[in-house]
Ligand binder design. Structure first.
Ligand SMILES: Nc1ncnc2c1ncn2[C@@H]1O[C@H](COP(=O)(O)OP(=O)(O)O)[C@@H](O)[C@H]1O
Ligand SMILES: [Mg+2]
Length: 279
């Protein structure tokens, strides 16, 4: 698809440069202000508090923390869906200052996202073939024949039979639907995939398969991966680096083996001591 792809990539070069992070947050804050408070004192939630991370090709960053610790908000900042209240976000070494539709589109090609629940991520009335073709149509990648070829390539890549192309999401199992969501995230050949609790909504029996699929794809396609979970045992299986979040802050970060074997923070120890989950 590259031959016919004329859309400029984000940033000034640096594609294929492994030193420059694909995406980087520098001292990012996200503060939500809602009107559910009293008339003169709106509720303020400091969802992400002074967070700095780097995501590189070929490496998996695990983000772990309890519900409400700011993981999903951070994921949205990483994929360009949420502007920071304060701090800086860089794509391929270039700071993003404005969240225009054009910037959003270019970032979306480079960093794509897989959400927790594939049932809501996929349009129930759209056949799998059309769901996978949609990003190619939107970004005008190739012609009709090359799009169809790419769609078939994508189902193979995620281990689904071609017959799945004619199905509606409701005719597939939860695990198969998550495979489709992953295929869709791969459609535009991103550098990085952000997977936000990608196995949490699935039956325990298929969680390992989806984790293994993500790990295989990361290796095969040399992807950067951000893997988010509330469960440190899930994160440990796939991560090279781990950050531990609590109340919007990173309380501990480092190489996965170091964080897991020699945790420095009390909260990390608490997470590790909690009942070990089966993926
Ligand atoms: N759009 C929003 N408006 C107001 N508050 C929000 C919004 N999104 C998230 N929050 C709040 O920000 C905090 C972090 O949420 P979230 O990032 O979803 O955490 P996690 O993914 O770790 O469970 C929570 O207190 C949540 O209620
Ligand atoms: Mg979340």
């Amino acid at each position: 698809m590259s031959a016919t792809d004329t859309t400029p990539r984000t940033g000034d070069g640096a594609a294929g440069d492994r030193e420059t992070p694909v995406v980087e947050l520098r001292n990012v804050h996200v503060v939500f202000t809602s009107r559910t408070g009293s008339l003169f004192r709106a509720n303020r939630v400091h969802a992400v508090n002074d967070v700095s991370v780097q995501v590189r090709r070929g490496s998996t960053l695990g983000i772990v923390g309890e519900s409400g610790s700011g993981k999903s908000t951070m994921a949205k900042v990483l994929v360009g869906l949420q502007a920071p209240t304060e701090g800086e976000i860089r794509f391929r070494g270039t700071a993003v200052s404005k969240y225009t539709a054009d910037v959003r589109r270019r970032v979306g090609r480079v960093v794509s996202v897989v959400f927790q629940d594939p049932a809501t991520a996929l349009n129930a009335r759209m056949r799998i073939r059309d769901a996978l073709r949609d990003p190619l149509d939107v970004h005008r990648v190739g012609d009709a024949a090359s799009r169809e070829a790419r769609v078939r390539e994508l189902v193979h890549l995620v281990g689904l039979p071609e017959s799945a192309l004619d199905a509606l999401p409701g005719q597939l199992s939860g695990g198969q639907r998550q495979r489709v969501a992953i295929a869709r995230a791969l459609a535009l050949e991103p550098d990085v995939i952000v997977a936000d609790e990608p196995t949490s909504a699935l039956d325990v029996s298929v969680r390992a398969q989806i984790l293994n699929l993500l790990a295989d794809l990361k290796a095969e396609l040399d992807l950067g991966m951000v893997f988010i979970s509330h469960d440190i045992q899930t994160v440990r299986h796939v991560s090279d680096e781990i950050v531990v979040m609590q109340g919007g802050r990173i309380v501990e970060s480092g190489p996965a083996a170091r964080v897991l074997d020699d945790p420095q923070d009390d909260y990390t120890r608490t997470l590790l001591a909690a009942a070990p989950a089966l993926l």
